[in-house]
Design a protein around this ligand. Sequence first.
Ligand code: ATP
Ligand code: MG
Length: 708
Amino acid sequence: MSHPLTAYLNPQQALAVQLPDEHALILAGAGSGKTRVLTTRIAWLFATGRVGPAALLAVTFTNKAAKEMLARITAMMPLNPRGLWIGTFHGLCHRMLRLHHRDAGLPATFVILDSQDQLAAVKRVLKALTLNEERYPPRAVQHFINGHKENGVRAAQVQARDEYTRHLQQAYLEYEVQCRREGVVDFAELLLASYELLQGNEALRAHYQQRFKHILVDEFQDTNRLQYAWLKLLAGPQSSLFAVGDDDQSIYAFRGANVGNMQDFQRDYAVRHVIRLEQNYRSHGNILEAANAVISHNRERLGKNLWTEESAGEPIRVFEALSDHGEADFLVDEIGQLRRDGIELGDVAVLYRSNAQSRLIEHALVQAGLPYRVYGGLRFYERQEIKHALAYLRLVANQEDDSALLRIINFPTRGIGNRTLDILQETARGTGTSLWQAACSGGAGRSAAAVGRFVQLVERMRQLGQGMPLPELVSLVLDQSGLREHYRSEKEGEERLANLDELINAAAGFVSEDENDLQAFLANASLEGGEHEARPGETAVQLMTVHAAKGLEFHSVFLTGVEEGLFPHENSVSEPKGLEEERRLMYVAITRARRRLYLSLAQSRMLHGQTRYSIASRFLDEIPQQLLKFLNRGYAPQTFAAQATAPARAQAPAHGLALGMSVRHPKFGIGVVTDHEGGATGNVQVNFREHGPKWLAVAYAKLEPLPD
Ligand code: ATP
Ligand code: MG
């Protein structure tokens, strides 16, 4: 008899949920219930007593997805999330390293470097090695290091065939030494160190292999080689690996994701249960049909067929703006309308291919007073004042943390200049110690007294803070460090002060299983990255890159910048593999929508400080015409290219908005028509008194002619 937990599953899903304790691969398209199957299986394993919470490990990619996973499980059964090994690869590796830091050769106080801290660390390495930053751009070096780590390659193992690579290798070597000295660990290191720990320590490996009877992986198509190798080390002879994935949604090849892991897994574990799910429960028919049509242009596929019982639903709306500003204006108008129609803002997503696109959209949303949240873009924790506060806290936690020290030794200013820092760095290098040690030894030249005071300050915060509850400690550090005072006197410091207060709130709301609250809090701040959580009750438009949207779903989705060069990205179009990955990304984007999908593009947009003219994305052409509804133009997308280049200004203004006429716009107020193109379905340029010149779609803009 089937278990009540499977009541809301189709037969294939129910089968997958109740598979015996053996390896299994669920291979299925977007929205077919993979994540639902995975979470239901976890609940089922617990509920039927097949396994206790301590003996199960489940992993996914983003914090948001991990939280979602946990929420779905706890909705099905009461469960204490503490002690559960459910999280992201980075989060779980971090936990393992904390538990076994000694075996991993790490100090108990090790701190996680985020990407910016890592960049700063790389810069210091380059300086120490006197490698020219122009020839060896820090970002490229950072990329080199991370790329090798993600492939499990240590600095000493890099195959350097030419001098340039040898220098990069040298930087990597020096970087490893520096990190070890400072007791800091970057993101890629979390995984590599955890992998090496399991590999090199037989007893520990045996312990975990016996412990984890069930290992479940969501989004398996995006695991890289190291992640798969880590999973293989964790899975013992008695463990069952349960992987769910969709090869059509493999979108991290550029970061080393290896979709081949799916086939390798089947082979390595002689997987007997390969289950395909073909019914899509997420999207209306038109959306699904568009997704299927686009992805069918890819050659490298395992092949799947998705169908839905849902009706066709609405057509896919296409809006072509004249400029990126026009696109942003369209978005906010439309989102405002959706809100008036009763759609929750939190159920509306704006997606973009590249992060840089978000700025204008954010701006427009702010102007329109629409609350929004950026996912994956480090909002709160990226703010300067938060970075500074965290650096103080990091230094309180671990004085050897050079990156933290460098960030705040002279912030707020206390008369410690670059010259002093150079001396400190030389001393530290000379004696092979941290900057903190160098500062304590008094070797700081003219500014020795100022440096001494800084050392005392940190020491005092550390002593006062011992045994103090976390929020009080944060508050103490904000006061003692002078950060509060500094921002109080700053012209626009009000918002920053509010952010600092919010950090105390974050500390107050933080629950950890760790004995050392501060460590856990800091680790959480780095790990959470940009996934800024909405406050309870607050609903906001969701902004994110297509990459960050993987696994999520929304009532309405706006996919912006559907233009050649942007999406597909210009760097990808020259080789078929790159283009296929872009197409998978497009497939991911389309399949995020449940009910309504907008595709928007702009004829011109500012890129790298220059106006660029674009044509519609080839992916738009790959969607069957009958599924599309053009909101502002009556022509087919194939002619976009011609439209973009042809002089379009010749037509007479059939809309009656003559040049020089005064008009009123509901949002921009009063202005004068200064240019037009494209007739009644076209656009006019209006120079607004308060907002300056803007191109607007006549059909859309609700312009009201004013008597002279
Ligand atoms: P993606 O590939 O995008 O990660 P997925 O395969 O993981 O998608 P889910 O997110 O698990 O799909 O499911 C998609 C939607 O369909 C969810 O809203 C889920 O609750 C719903 N769903 C899945 N299976 C069923 C079912 N049998 N009956 C009703 N709704 C379902
Ligand atoms: Mg999923």
